[in-house]
Design a protein around this ligand. Structure first.
Ligand SMILES: Cc1cc2nc3c(=O)[nH]c(=O)nc-3n(C[C@H](O)[C@H](O)[C@H](O)COP(=O)(O)O)c2cc1C
Length: 385
């Protein structure tokens, strides 16, 4: 089947900064499409997942400051407790499309649970968002680990190995939809169609991300993705270094390099004592232990990243910011912490705060200039027009 020539040839008007940024330490925001963001707490000033306007404003702030990425959490139901943590959450493809239209340079990422969406539909939505953004799209591929959430779609949750095998086939079809001209046939164990078709193609090659932490998850990530998005093991520097190297070693088997990103909870104050007081307030006094239990119980069983004991030890970090790394203290201390993570091999960190807007405002005023002085980031000069 052929089609008549078309006059319009779309081209990317922008680059994807997750792939092109030269900053030693890249920056993003994480979790801001869902209630609580990353903080498992009932503190009243926690982020509200349906505050589109407020969320759009701080995402635009990040864009104007030269941050590299906006990454939402893929979430379909909450974790219970008084906060029903993450229960109210925007769907991530449509969320990304909205933000693509109101931002200028930052990468807009969709977090997609592969069992919830057909790969052709995902590929087409992704290409559409890539066009809206001028070529700044990213796809965070998630297999699902929270049983009650996945059961909402298929009635069952696939077993660990099966999920990643399914995700192999899923991304293969997405890639074909993005790259194969005209009509194409595909036949895998889970998918079988003739004469598939997907136009337009993305403007730029979308950045691919995965957060697998088990040996199988790491291999999936290294084989298919540009970025490993990891829960950094915080036991000791040597363990962290080895964890990071393990992703790079597997990527090298595929002849690739891979970026390592993690995420953090940020509490910036004029003194360390004030920062700890604030953490004590929202984590110890207002932490939602029921929601936290529901997460740590499941994550220890369903994933390869934590044993049940490790998840238990990580409770404080979970409540403070989904077990992300702490960036806590004065602006100077936080820059030292960034330097430390950079020295360990981390390429990018997504930030979260209890209150994202005041958090990012303080960060841009206090931390960002010091990161530039330290050589962790170049000064960002916004484009005119
Ligand atoms: C940084 C990061 C972000 C993640 N985001 C999500 C998410 O948005 N939704 C989700 O269901 N799982 C998310 N996960 C879970 C992972 O997809 C994965 O299941 C988990 O890290 C366990 O790894 P494994 O699947 O290799 O056992 C995230 C994990 C990490 C480390």
């Amino acid at each position: 089947m052929t089609t008549a020539p078309r006059r319009f040839i779309p081209t990317a008007s922008k680059q994807n900064p997750m792939l092109t940024s030269r900053n030693k330490m890249k920056l993003g925001l994480f979790g801001m499409n869902a209630d609580g963001g990353c903080a498992i707490t009932t503190a009243p000033e926690r982020h509200m997942g349906d505050d589109w306007v407020g969320m759009m404003e701080f995402c635009k702030t990040a864009d104007r400051a030269g941050f590299e990425s906006l990454i939402p959490v893929g979430r379909w139901r909450g974790f219970g407790g008084d906060s029903n943590f993450n229960g109210v959450a925007f769907e991530t493809y449509t969320w990304a499309a909205g933000l693509a239209a109101v931002t200028d340079q930052i990468a807009i990422v969709t977090t997609s649970h592969v069992p919830t969406v057909h790969p052709l539909f995902a590929a087409k939505q992704a290409a559409t968002i890539d066009h809206i953004s001028g070529g700044r799209f990213g796809l965070n591929i998630i297999c699902g680990w929270f049983g009650p959430e996945m059961k909402m779609f298929g009635g069952t949750m696939m077993e660990h190995e099966t999920r990643y095998n399914y995700a192999d086939q899923w991304i293969e079809i997405v890639q074909r939809a993005w790259n194969d001209p005209g009509y194409f046939d595909y036949k895998t164990e889970s998918f079988n169609r003739t004469q598939a078709f997907a136009e337009p193609k993305p403007l730029n090659r979308p950045v691919l991300i995965n957060a697998g932490g088990s040996p199988r998850g790491k291999r999936y990530c290294a084989e298919h993705c540009d970025v490993a998005f990891v829960i950094l093991n915080q036991s000791d520097p040597d363990t962290t270094r080895k964890q990071i190297q393990s992703y790079r070693d597997i990527a090298a088997e595929y002849g690739k390099e891979i970026q390592i990103w993690c995420y953090s909870y940020c509490v910036q104050r004029d003194s360390l004592a004030e920062a700890h007081k604030y953490l004590d307030y929202y984590v110890n006094q207002h932490g939602d232990d029921v929601a936290c239990n529901n997460i740590t119980d499941q994550i220890g069983i369903q994933t390869g990243i934590f044993t049940a004991e490790e998840a238990e030890r990580f409770r404080f970090h979970f409540k403070a910011g989904w077990a992300g790394v702490p960036l806590v203290g004065t602006a100077e201390m936080i820059v030292d912490q960034f330097q430390n993570y950079s020295d360990l091999g981390v390429d990018g960190i997504c930030l979260s705060w209890l209150d994202y807007q005041s958090g990012i405002d303080d960060f841009i005023a206090g931390v960002l200039p010091l990161m530039e002085q330290a050589g962790l980031r170049e000064k960002y000069i916004p484009r005119i027009g």
